[in-house]
Ligand binder design. Structure first.
Ligand code: CMP
Length: 137
């Protein structure tokens, strides 16, 4: 049993597809162990994406992530990390396989609907960034 972190980004929240995206997880064997809708501060977004601080897209990424509320979710299940990434599709929606979340709901590589942890080590760090252990059931 694994846990991973999902973020439904401001573009998908604004489009009103929170329920549709959460349904993709539940319909594919991932359990929602915790979820909440929050508005990130600039400091939150900079800290969360600190690994990308030197990348040319960093400032645009931070601006985008604080442009509206996001939904952060802890997903739990067998192979949850890889399963979530499979359901999300490629980072660039133009390259995302048909039927994936990004192919169906994302506009471009910046407004790409969802984030998902890319390793179990990062999943643990990202989950702890947003949730206390007692909030995860
Ligand atoms: P995410 O999985 O949230 O991780 C970092 C984000 O940076 C990524 O999704 C994209 O939305 C965004 N991004 C913008 N440009 C790029 C790029 N060239 N390569 C990777 N990520 C990018």
């Amino acid at each position: 049993m694994e846990r991973t972190l999902s973020i439904i980004k401001p573009d998908a929240v604004a489009k009103g597809v929170i329920g549709k995206i959460l349904d993709r997880f539940e319909s594919n064997g991932l359990r929602i162990a915790a979820t909440k809708k929050i508005q990130l501060s600039r400091e939150d977004a900079e800290k969360f994406y600190a690994v990308h601080a030197d990348r040319p897209f960093f400032n645009d990424l931070v601006d985008f992530m604080i442009s509206g509320p996001v939904v952060v979710t802890v997903l739990e299940g067998e192979n949850a990390m890889a399963k979530n990434r499979e359901l999300m599709g490629a980072t660039n929606p133009k390259e995302a396989a048909p039927g994936t979340i990004r192919a169906d709901f994302a506009e471009n590589i910046d407004a790409n609907a969802v984030h998902g942890s890319d390793s179990l080590e990062n999943a643990a760090i990202e989950i702890a960034f947003f949730f206390a252990e007692r909030e995860i059931a």
